[in-house]
Design a protein around this ligand. Structure first.
Ligand code: EPZ
Length: 424
């Protein structure tokens, strides 16, 4: 087991190359199940979750390997198996993205129902409802979702849930619709940039998807899909995390590859906090040199404020000059970082899906425990500015979604290193 040791107090300065987006890469890799021939994916991040998807795809007969340039080549070699087992799915929820492609291409999908999650209740009822709308039969067998259909027929489906649209349910239904007979209309579809990137890949493979990025997506089914070459979009959540790293350290960073149009809700909030954000030559320039203003944040589906940046924003607002309020509207229980930040001297009070943040003058270093991917990013950000040394344990959480974060941070001045628990 490893931990990060961070000595706080350095202003970050320099440039960071933003990696490809995890949440675009995973469904696009799963979509290779639909395709006849080879696909080549560029700008695919080197993450534990990408490795996990490769393992699952291999079990489902999809060969994937990187070439010398780092591009990943994917090709279906065997279509016999359509079972995504518990021991694989339980390691990564995004494994459910194989459900739609398996049903559409192999007319059968047996996928383990994902269990509990640290960030809260995450049912997949919308995925099942959406895939049933093509005429598939559904059964729950030993904890597995079993969907079968002789053929898929396009249909109209409403995918709005209690917390709004669903990103991966939209992805699953959109992927299945590409090979269904006739037209499919997905209403209350998720509008995230990752959904648009998936649609662009599918269209490059010969699909006919229109309206991605809007709440209504229309898909005209086709006979088959061919291989294609595609470049994954930059990771707006990684870019957002580094934007907040610049703000919390009163630093000055240029984020190469980051796209302003994917990050408007965050940029709006950070500008109100007093951070200077401009389009740079190769991305976005972020600088901060003054006291931080308190703000109110409510998480929402895109283009609203992303829930995947809620914890990181909370770490920043711990140091604002006044009281801030964060309300979590997507995962009302996504607050395991609150207790750990309070251990570093923050003044956070949780009331249902809302946290009141009383700004403090400083945070102090402490040993803290990461509970999930984005919470661990928040603890690292707090460690960058805290007085003294912070140890963030369970680095495996962060390796799932950030490509060598400590190397990127150290390159712009952070005092951070990865250590083995056994080290004295
Ligand atoms: C995607 O998860 C992301 N993961 C998550 O990022 C992100 O937090 C989430 O979207 C919201 O933006 C990937 O893209 C791989 P949802 P997803 O279905 O698709 C409810 C990270 O840190 N819901 O959009 O699983 C659900 O409980 C991860 O990178 C239902 O009620 O999220 C939640 O409250 C964490 N029924 C809301 O909708 C369903 O069938 C949004 O969830 C599906 C979802």
């Amino acid at each position: 087991m490893q931990f990060f040791e961070i000595v706080g107090g350095t202003r970050l300065k320099g440039t960071v190359d933003i990696s490809g987006a995890k949440n675009a890469a995973l469904p696009i890799m799963a979509a290779s199940i639909l395709v006849d021939g080879e696909s080549i994916l560029h700008n695919l991040p080197d993450l534990a979750d990408v490795g996990q998807m490769q393992t699952l795809l291999a079990r489902l007969g999809v060969k994937s390997e990187r070439d010398a340039s780092g591009a990943m080549h994917l090709r279906v070699e065997d279509e016999m198996n359509a079972h995504a087992e518990y021991e694989l799915v339980s390691k990564m929820r995004a494994s459910v993205c194989v459900m739609g492609p398996l049903l559409a291409k192999r007319r059968r999908a047996q996928v383990s129902m994902p269990g509990g999650c640290a960030i809260g209740d995450r049912p997949i009822d919308l995925h099942i409802l959406g895939l049933q709308s093509f005429g598939a039969d559904f059964e729950l067998v030993n904890g597995d979702v079993l969907l079968r259909a002789k053929k898929l027929k396009g249909n109209e489906v409403f995918l709005g849930g209690p917390f709004g649209s669903s990103v991966t349910a939209t992805a699953n239904v959109m992927m299945a619709a590409t090979l269904a007979e006739g037209r499919t209309v997905i209403a209350s579809a998720a509008c995230e940039p990752e959904v648009v990137d998936l649609a662009n890949y599918l269209n490059a493979c010969g699909a006919r998807v229109a309206g991605a990025g809007t709440p209504e997506i229309t898909v005209e089914g086709v006979e088959s899909l061919h291989g294609a070459e595609h470049r994954i979009i930059p990771d707006r959540i990684e870019a957002g995390t580094f934007m907040i790293a610049a703000a919390i350290t009163n630093g000055d960073l240029e984020l190469h590859g980051a796209r302003m149009e994917h990050m408007r809700a965050l940029v709006d909030r950070l500008r109100r906090v007093g951070v200077v954000i401009e389009r740079g030559e190769k991305g976005i320039a972020v600088s901060s040199s003054r006291r931080l203003e308190p703000v109110v944040i409510t998480t929402q589906p895109f283009p609203g404020f992303p829930t995947d940046l809620q914890a990181q924003a909370m770490a920043l607002l711990c140091l604002a000059d006044g009281n801030s309020v964060i309300t979590e509207k997507i995962y009302p229980d996504r607050f395991l970082h609150v207790g750990e930040l309070n251990r570093m001297g923050a003044q956070l009070r949780k009331e249902g899906p809302t946290v009141i943040i009383e700004g403090v003058k400083r945070l102090v270093g402490a040993p803290v425990m990461a509970s999930d991917l984005r919470a661990s990013a928040a603890l690292i950000l707090a460690g960058l500015v805290a007085k003294g040394t912070t140890r963030v344990h369970r680095t495996y959480h962060i390796d799932r979604g950030y490509e060598s974060i400590e190397t990127k941070l150290a390159a712009v001045g952070a005092n951070i290193r990865r250590m083995n628990e056994t080290s004295p």
